[in-house]
Design a protein around this ligand. Structure first.
Ligand SMILES: CC(=O)SCCNC(=O)CCNC(=O)[C@H](O)C(C)(C)COP(=O)(O)OP(=O)(O)OC[C@H]1O[C@@H](n2cnc3c(N)ncnc32)[C@H](O)[C@@H]1OP(=O)(O)O
Ligand SMILES: CC(C)C(=O)C(=O)O
Length: 512
């Protein structure tokens, strides 16, 4: 199996993400984690950029032991000197010198002819060679460079004795067929090319960074460059975790592997996200929160029967504990029953069906139904009190300068009854309207409200205690709307009171 070297540039190209600025302590913390992940080479920064970056690169160089530490440099002696200073103390230092080669960059940015580009790059490599035994040379914007000129520059770098030649698709312009063909062409046409490692460095402007990098591997690239979570300039760089998992998952196809400790991927991703402040999108391949989460019933059923039906890699393989079955409106009975078992409820068919029906109603109102939501549904369902009164509809008007009113429809043994009432608040208006329907003389002795889950669409749970002739009963109501939860709790307490009257008579004072 061919080994693909991993060059991580999270601390350099990754830090070029707008808004990201890592201090020395943060760079060292990420560097230690990258070392645990098992990357081969680490670009720690651009020492000429600022004294702070030079110091940070130096701190990283001294901190890590088993990784080649690299500093980036323009083709200028001052930049090379800055890298020399920054890499003092590194166990295995390497300089990365670059110069753009494409016609657009030559003409507008560098204002150089082809011959000047060749001379400038050659002079820089020669100067760097005085101080470094390991040099990588990059042809910036190689993707938009004429093939023959690219071969000429690569040939010069090979003859000058660099160890790695990098072919960046700096602006993410390539597609896999074209980018792969460049590697094939260089391998076939540049004399001595076998003496250097060829490297792929892609950007994600068209969402093709991973595909292009894999195409380069298929066409002979020895090294891939990228960042954790794919962070980087503009739309970012190739996400290292995507390449590592693509090679690991389809080894028989690529016949290539990295030496990464894959189980460190999730931890590295979380650390980089935390310290850079760049949130990983939920649907991000490999490390997004939803990468191993399943919401729809058919998928959840498949997962429960055999995980490989819907997962091509395991969450454990990247260091996560397990896949998640997220309960929502697309979920089915298999996943719901599994969740009940996980929560410790082994229910009969009918009870499951009842709870499932309530769950679906809730799921229509909420994006994700949490364990707390399900427990609340279950507790409500398992207390089996006959519903003398059943809340059907409610309509509340409230304005800070108007008297609140509530119109309530309740189903009773005599059919639907509708009543309207005012109150000194919305809940008071609701309770007055319910009292009119039930015609029960009750005192509200306690009212409390709490949220049983999190977020704006959390369910509110209302508890009320009603007292009537020294008998008290509690009622509980659940809803994503607190007024509805309040009404349900009150009606529930009235039903409980009526039931208690039958069971205990008027003598006992019992709170259920
Ligand atoms: C594709 C990439 O990611 S390349 C890396 C990009 N990263 C960065 O630029 C981050 C760090 N950069 C910096 O802090 C600053 O740009 C510095 C310190 C390097 C240079 O700052 P300044 O001297 O103020 O120059 P400025 O950035 O405005 O312009 C860049 C100059 O470098 C030249 N240049 C660009 N690339 C190279 C190169 N590889 N070799 C030599 N010169 C280069 C440009 O032509 C321009 O030269 P000019 O001043 O003669 O016109
Ligand atoms: C410096 C080079 C390698 C670079 O980052 C690019 O071309 O994108």
């Amino acid at each position: 199996m061919r080994k693909i070297y991993v060059f991580d540039t999270t601390l350099r190209d990754g830090e070029q993400s707008p808004g990201v600025n890592l201090n020395t302590r943060e760079k060292v913390e990420i560097a230690h984690q990258l070392e645990k992940l098992g990357i081969d080479r680490m670009e720690a920064g651009f020492p000429a950029a600022s004294p702070g970056d030079l110091a940070a690169v130096n701190a990283v160089a001294r901190a890590v032991k088993d990784v080649t530490v690299i500093g980036l440099s323009r083709s200028r002696e001052n930049d090379i000197d800055a890298v020399r200073e920054a890499l003092i103390g590194a166990q295995d230092p390497c300089i990365h010198v670059f110069l753009a080669t494409s016609p657009i960059h030559r003409k507008f940015k560098l204002r150089m002819e082809k011959s000047q580009v060749l001379e400038t790059a050659q002079a820089a490599i020669r100067y760097a060679k005085k101080y470094f035994s390991k040099i990588e040379f990059s042809l910036e914007d190689a993707g938009r460079t004429e093939l023959d000129f690219m071969s000429e520059v690569v040939g010069m770098a090979v003859r000058e004795g660099v160890q790695v030649v990098n072919i960046p698709d700096t602006v993410g312009y390539m597609n896999p067929a074209e980018y792969g063909a460049i590697f094939k062409h260089l391998k076939q046409s540049v004399p001595g090319i076998e003496q250097v490692q060829l490297s792929a460095h892609c950007h994600n402007d068209l969402g093709l960074a991973t595909a292009n990098t894999l195409a380069a591997i298929l066409n002979g690239a020895d090294q891939i460059e990228g960042t954790i979570n794919g962070i980087g300039e503009r739309a970012g760089n190739t996400a290292i975790e995507e390449i590592a998992m693509a090679l690991a998952t389809r080894q028989e196809f690529f016949q290539a592997k990295t030496d990464l400790t894959l189980t460190e991927i999730a931890r590295t991703s979380r650390l980089v996200s935390k310290l850079t402040g760049m949130v990983v999108p939920g649907n991000k391949a490999v490390v997004g929160a939803n990468a191993f989460a399943h919401e729809s019933g058919i998928h959840q059923d498949g997962m429960l029967k055999e995980k490989s039906t819907y997962e091509i890699m395991t969450p454990e393989s990247i260091g996560l504990k397990e896949s998640k079955l997220v309960l929502g409106k697309h979920s089915g009975r298999h996943a719901f029953r599994e969740k009940l078992l996980e929560l410790g409820y082994e229910l009969g068919e009918e009870q499951v069906n009842d709870a499932f029906a309530k769950f679906k109603i809730l799921a229509d109102k909420k994006k994700e139904v949490s364990d707390e939501d399900i427990l609340a549904i279950l507790e409500e369902k398992l207390i089996d009190t006959p519903e003398v009164f059943q809340l059907k509809t409610m309509f509340v008007t409230f304005g800070n300068e108007a008297t609140p009113t509530a119109k309530i429809t309740i189903e009773t043994a005599d059919g639907l009854i509708e009543e309207e009432a005012e109150g000194n608040g919305s809940v008071d208006a609701i309770y007055n309207a319910i009292d009119k329907v039930t015609a029960e003389e009750v005192t509200l002795s306690d009212y409390s409200i709490k949220s049983v889950s999190q977020g704006k669409d959390a369910q509110g749970e209302v508890h009320v205690v009603l007292t009537q002739n020294e008998v008290s009963a509690q009622g509980r109501g659940l809803s994503t709307d607190i007024l509805e939860a309040s009404a349900r709790a009150y009606v529930d307490a009235v039903n409980q009171l009526i039931e208690k009257r039958k069971t205990f008579g008027k003598r006992d004072r019992v709170t259920l």
